[in-house]
Design a protein around this ligand. Sequence first.
Ligand SMILES: C[S@@+](CC[C@H](N)C(=O)[O-])C[C@H]1O[C@@H](n2cnc3c(N)ncnc32)[C@H](O)[C@@H]1O
Length: 214
Amino acid sequence: MKPVEVTEELEAYMVGLLPKRDKVLARMEDEAHREGIPIVDAHEGALLRMLVHLAGAKRILELGTATGYSGIWLLHGSEGGMLTTFEVDGKRAARARANFAEAGLGKQALVLEQDAVGGLEKLQGRFDACFIDLLNSFPSEDVTRSVVELCIERLDAGALLMADNALRQGEVVKPKNQQARNVAFYNELIAKHPRLESVVIPVRDGLSVARIKD
Ligand SMILES: C[S@@+](CC[C@H](N)C(=O)[O-])C[C@H]1O[C@@H](n2cnc3c(N)ncnc32)[C@H](O)[C@@H]1O
């Protein structure tokens, strides 16, 4: 059977099946739409929440906070867990802190206003799940590789390593620019990594989901 083509109509249908978002998430969706803030959508957010829940993840790491939308979904899945999230843009980091507080998650979210690549090297602690949402902004394949290794070093067996934009609007099949090459490189690295088992889920722009083997 041919895979179904996810048209905008079908996507809206699936989003319509999700529970209604609360006031904070709904406002953040409106703001992101108005201001062009590149956040995950509700469908992918609900998937992140479910994956975190199924993995029983409590200690979550995120690279690329924006205003905290995906972070709120991740924390909803963790049931009392803790999120450490990197955002280099000071205004977005401040908005994320305010949004986490308004969602009643202020004490569960540590927003680190710094470059994730440099910050990861100094970051202490172990994590049960990591969500990379800045694949598109890595400058080179070498940086992509070192971020992957730094994340894996901080994840325990059974933990999840997830990344957004794994399909890059389909460009990964025949990458024509450095950003697309980096994402294709990430996918290859994850698929062949001896410590990982992985799959790419074609939700929105593609969610790569890998599990650290026991
Ligand atoms: C795609 S957005 C994140 C969206 C967010 N995860 C969500 O779905 O709600 C990527 C964010 O990463 C930030 N960013 C880009 N490069 C970064 C870096 N090297 N370190 C930290 N943050 C970075 C950008 O400022 C942007 O806000």
